[in-house]
Design a protein around this ligand. Sequence first.
Ligand SMILES: C[S@@+](CC[C@H](N)C(=O)[O-])C[C@H]1O[C@@H](n2cnc3c(N)ncnc32)[C@H](O)[C@@H]1O
Length: 253
Amino acid sequence: MATGGERTHFGYQSVPLEDKQGRVDDVFHSVARRYDLMNDLMSGGLHRAWKDALVTAVNPPKSDRNFHVLDLAGGTGDVAFRIIDAGGHGVRATVCDINADMLQVGRERAAARGLDGVVTFEQGNAEELAYPDCSFDCVTIAFGIRNVPRIERALDEAYRVLKIGGRFLCLEFSSVDVPGIDALYELYSFQVIPRVGEVVTGDRDAYQYLVESIRKFPRPKEFARMIEAAGFRRASFRPMTGGVVALHSGWRL
Ligand SMILES: C[S@@+](CC[C@H](N)C(=O)[O-])C[C@H]1O[C@@H](n2cnc3c(N)ncnc32)[C@H](O)[C@@H]1O
């Protein structure tokens, strides 16, 4: 346990910056085996449509042209599988995640789909990537960035490993501003999700963290500025489902 120094949020709790990653890791160790099921239950299947919008923006070539995507905080491989399904034979994906349990579920899913060698799973911290500069045609991150303690470092790293002309795409929960819907969303988030999480995964706290971390994430305009500050150009975002999530984009030009 660190003393003094910089602090950050773990959900609504203020914690030493150095402690956040360990607590996030505990959350995903605990829920890894039920993670995909919970995504369907919590979002009523909507996460599939949000991820499909991300894949459409990735626009993987349908031809045999080589196209290598890095899916950061890629967990159990959901986004990577969708990108592979949408593209041609030249498309490959590397899933990089800090959590060995999430990656293990992903490797098993890849093997069941016959995708060994097309989707590879590598353990790594988004804040400090082991890949050389300019290695990937596209870098994606879905519902991952708000879990990373030093978001600016992860954005800098995404920029560094992206090829010139490549696109960064980030799907993340955002802020619901539609009157009426915002109150319902609040109620659903805080009254329903932690209870469903408790029943399905046995870990209520993990899902309490999830909903709190969404509220603590920067609003989309501010996050777009952070993307620009990392060097990306033409930063833009598209709110979806009344602002429940936003798809952020930036180019390395
Ligand atoms: C909500 S899950 C998202 C998984 C996947 N992208 C999806 O959409 O299904 C968040 C993931 O972020 C990962 N993560 C958290 N901190 C990370 C870090 N510093 N570097 C890489 N991955 C991290 C967690 O291990 C977890 O798998």
